[in-house]
Design a protein around this ligand. Sequence first.
Ligand SMILES: Cc1cc2nc3c(=O)[nH]c(=O)nc-3n(C[C@H](O)[C@H](O)[C@H](O)COP(=O)(O)O)c2cc1C
Length: 167
Amino acid sequence: MLLRIVQELLPGDLQMNIVSFADLPVYNGDYDLPIANERPATVTKFREELAQVDGLIIVSPEYSYSIPGGLKNAIDWASRGDDAPLLNKPVSIMGATMGVWGTVRMHIAFNPIFEIMNMRPVYRPEIMIAKAHEKFDKNGKFMDEYAKKLIRQNLDNLKELITLYQK
Ligand SMILES: Cc1cc2nc3c(=O)[nH]c(=O)nc-3n(C[C@H](O)[C@H](O)[C@H](O)COP(=O)(O)O)c2cc1C
């Protein structure tokens, strides 16, 4: 639902594609280059989709005080090789949880990934939606106007980074 709000608040001159990682196998170096001749087809498609974009918006819950396993697995597949599609990319990270800490530990867990991939994160404003079940009404309408303002600001900052780092 947060992803849908992000889509609504996207600046007019940014276009967003939703990239799914649901079909990726569990990372195994035996299936990755250079040990394998080619990567699994779903991985190649995923990496190509990421390679085409100028920046990333990662929207996630927090699982077990960290990055959900499926998302981390996708990150691992996108992080290997000189052509790793995460390398140098501007990125926004946004979280929503029913808990009170707003995915802060998931955010923190991303910092080392941003470092090793030399990514350009939007650090401010932080988008951490706590008590998410109280912020959306039954029709999925987001009722936290202040958070909306922060999301707009975060996306504007992402746009600036994209302009700055665009090849
Ligand atoms: C395996 C699992 C681990 C969770 N761990 C956390 C956690 O560490 N911190 C937190 O705030 N919420 C945690 N939650 C609650 C989720 O934030 C909440 O269920 C969220 O709405 C799940 O979103 P999803 O349905 O899109 O996965 C956890 C939920 C699951 C299923």
